[in-house]
Design a protein around this ligand. Structure first.
Ligand code: KIV
Length: 272
């Protein structure tokens, strides 16, 4: 098998399956606005997730539950205007797909029609199977999300590692196979033991993207604001910070405050 990387001018759901087949790891990051999405896309990311983590990162909520469909569509349309290459996947927010398949389809159609996104992501396994099938039947690509599913945080009670016990691990294995069978193009596995994640990735032919799930999966996703160190209170073991923007920005802004107060800014060259 060739190890040469194929160039993808535009990443599609099919490209991701090709990448898995060719053993090329898939890179995925969140973005919620035009400016960030332009940087992320320009840097060569494969998938941009307009995650409902926008509820935490952009709006300051404690959980992902409060964000609305209209707000997700606003974020997704801003991202879509920026991208040239990446596949854009948008989270269906809490309360827009769980109650019945028809509502799930209506929500997914709104995201696709009003934002121009390429796919949706849905949290959960067998309990949301009918909703996912309904969306897929309408021709909308769906990415699954198993393991730690933050929309169920009040059921779990904590953000600790999921599926450590065999019963939950077995259910997760079953759900992953079911999601592939009904036609999902990929699955996010969040915060589960690396060994289990690797096993699941080997058991299906669709890509498994991990977050806190080790490196035996087909790709990785992180929340952008965490990986660039803009947030600084969230420090899980799986997070690698590539920058420390919280500190750098604090320094820069303090300097600006001081320059304004001391009438150092603007100087003679910075005025008309
Ligand atoms: O909303 C989000 O950012 C996510 C990732 C953590 C996978 O679902």
């Amino acid at each position: 098998m060739s190890t040469a990387k194929k160039e993808y001018k535009r990443v599609t759901t099919k490209s991701l399956v090709d990448m898995k087949r060719n053993k090329e790891k898939i890179s995925m990051l969140t973005a919620y606005d035009y400016t960030m999405a332009k940087i992320v896309d320009g840097a060569g990311i494969d998938v941009i997730l307009v995650g409902d983590s926008a509820s935490n990162v952009m709006a300051g909520h404690e959980t992902t539950l409060p964000i609305t469909l209209d707000q997700m569509i606003y974020h997704a349309s801003s991202v879509i205007r920026a991208i040239e290459r990446a596949l854009v996947v948008v989270d269906l927010p809490f309360g827009t797909y769980q109650s019945d398949p028809k509502e799930a389809l209506r929500s997914a159609i709104r995201i696709m029609k009003e934002s121009g996104a390429h796919a949706v992501k849905v949290e959960g396994g067998k309990e949301v199977k009918e909703s996912i099938k309904r969306i897929l039947n309408a021709g909308i690509p769906v990415m699954g999300h198993l393991g730690l599913t933050p929309q169920s945080i009040y059921k779990f009670g904590t953000y600790t590692v999921r599926a450590k016990e065999e019963v939950e691990a077995d259910q997760l294995r079953e759900d992953a196979i079911m999601l592939e069978k009904i036609g999902c193009f990929g699955i996010v596995l969040e915060k589960i033991p690396a060994k289990l994640a690797e096993e699941v990735a080997k058991s299906v032919s669709i890509p498994i993207i991990g977050i806190g799930a080790g490196n035996g999966v087909d790709g990785q996703v992180l929340v952008l604001h965490d990986m660039i160190g803009m947030t600084h209170e969230f420090n899980p073991r799986f997070l690698r910070r590539y920058m420390h923007l919280y500190d750098d920005m604090t320094k820069a802004i303090s300097q600006y405050v001081s320059d304004v107060k001391n009438v150092d800014f603007p100087n003679a060259n910075e005025q008309y």
